[in-house]
Design a protein around this ligand. Structure first.
Ligand code: CUA
Length: 170
């Protein structure tokens, strides 16, 4: 490269310097995006909660009794077993305002767990437990679907969370 009389600092060519600035701006933009997504928008990375044996997981607690646990104070945990081609349970009912932590695992192949209108979208890998928490502020029906192709019945693999409105009674 020629020694341009206009170069300043680093002895870099102006053209080269411009690209260095662009690279830096892109890097900062990515860092801001990730920070905003994580802290302001509540994006979560599905946690690899723990390891299980996919061959025996369905017979060992808590997975031997999948479903909802009421922890009190509006907190719930939901254990969901995935297998070709169903989720167990396929219906979960909670009151509005509930905070539900989903623990999902597979007994056979890789599945997905995507919960409509929420941030929950997890891979479900045999041998691993995926975990994400969601707060249901609005009553309604939230479908969860398997969004990883898992075989011929993939399209029929779904369930739903029913969030019941506060009736003000009992
Ligand atoms: Cu399970 Cu697709």
């Amino acid at each position: 490269m020629s020694d341009s009389p206009t170069s300043k600092g680093l002895g870099a060519d102006p053209y080269e310097r411009r690209w260095m600035v662009i690279s830096l701006v892109i890097l900062i933009a990515f860092m801001v995006t990730v920070t905003v997504a994580g802290f302001a928008l509540g994006f979560q990375v599905p946690g690899d909660e723990s390891r299980v044996d996919p061959r025996t997981v369905a017979d060992s607690p808590p997975w031997s009794e999948p479903g909802l646990r009421d922890l009190g104070n509006g907190e719930y945990t939901a254990y969901v077993l995935s297998r070709q081609y169903l989720f167990n349970p396929n219906t979960i009912t909670v009151p509005v305002g509930a905070t539900v932590t989903f623990y999902v695992t597979s007994t056979d192949v890789q599945h997905g767990f995507k919960l409509q209108d929420t941030n929950v979208n997890m891979q479900v890998v045999p041998g691993e437990v995926s975990r994400l928490t969601v707060e249901f502020d609005e009553a309604g029906e939230y479908k969860y679907i398997c969004n990883e192709f898992c075989g011929i019945g993939h399209a029929a693999m779904f369930g739903r969370v029913i969030v019941e409105a506060d009736t003000g009674g009992n």
